[in-house]
Design a protein around this ligand. Sequence first.
Ligand SMILES: Nc1ncnc2c1ncn2[C@@H]1O[C@H](COP(=O)(O)OP(=O)(O)OP(=O)(O)O)[C@@H](O)[C@H]1O
Length: 368
Amino acid sequence: MLSSVLPREKAFGGSPVECVDKISVTEHGQAERRFEQIIGNSPALESVLSSVKRVAPTDSTVLILGETGTGKELIARAIHKLSSRAGRPFIKVNCAAIPLDLLESELFGHEKGAFTGAIAQKLGRFEMADSGTLFLDEIGDLPLALQPKLLRVLQEQEFERLGSGRTHHINVRLAAATHRDLNTMVRRNEFRSDLYYRLNVFPIALPPLRERREDVEQLVLHFVDIYSRRMNKEIRHIPRETLDAFAAYSWPGNIRELQNLVERAVILSNDGIFPNPLPIEDEHSMGTATRSLGTFTDSQRALIQRALENTGWVIGGPHGAAARLGLKRTTLITKMRKLGISRPTFEDDQDDLLDRNSREQFGQTAID
Ligand SMILES: Nc1ncnc2c1ncn2[C@@H]1O[C@H](COP(=O)(O)OP(=O)(O)OP(=O)(O)O)[C@@H](O)[C@H]1O
């Protein structure tokens, strides 16, 4: 799609963009593709991937830590795929999404009649994951009451279904993930220390996207490619200013947020131009997203200023600053007023500028 329409350097604001596939060379000099779904080559991500490669072939429990949307599940799946269990089941349970009274039976299963409503026997996720990997997402939300039973199954690889005295033996590798600070939870007696130590055998901390901004551009290209194919829409140009704005944004929702914004932008795109979907119109709506509102405002001002300088202060038209920023001409003008951006003037330019401003009010191409 994307790359078949225009050469990459032309489509993406004039600068060459690195290939998204990660290729590594084996000892025998053969190119080997790995982590194909995991985009980015920042040092922070590379360090995570080298931990993944190191721990995957072992059977050790892995604890994946990181903010929401940083790719914890993706990493858990990569560990499974690179392990000897790859052909076996990968079963996921989100501990935060299942009510306490159902979670125990979800994990360990139950016999018919074990409790009101248990009308049939049910296999638990541990049994389903037998010989494979069980991924316990949001492990920090596992109720204290269930923690001893999890500890036992991790240590002994055995458990009983609810309503049964029969012990089942299983062979499950555990990957657990959380955005919570388990250490603090242990200190507050909200998480059992023995379980924490058992889980914390091999921790992998995923950095938030704002700490690996080098990956933003590749991620944008990756998701533009995916969504443009999916929606059968051609994206021929991503303005450099939009990529810069993406790189400057704080990404509180990390890669999931980026993915969703790219999807929105592809939906909204017209004439093959990728619009800027970042919420720059209403800074206050970003709430906690940007605690450093001043910094975000500054970066918007700098982006707009740069676009204007690069276009010789032409706002409208296909080569104007508005198009480069992926904004409507009127939106950019409003934004410039709000940020107090105006063309630098010299005294004998004043009349000319007044004339241009009045033309602008009548909807003609502004400041050209
Ligand atoms: N490096 C990456 N390359 C490509 N896609 C990624 C990358 N990291 C995350 N994603 C994508 O971002 C989305 C969120 O990732 P994932 O669900 O793994 O995050 P998470 O940390 O488990 O989130 P949560 O804590 O909310 O469960 C997924 O669609 C995933 O495929």
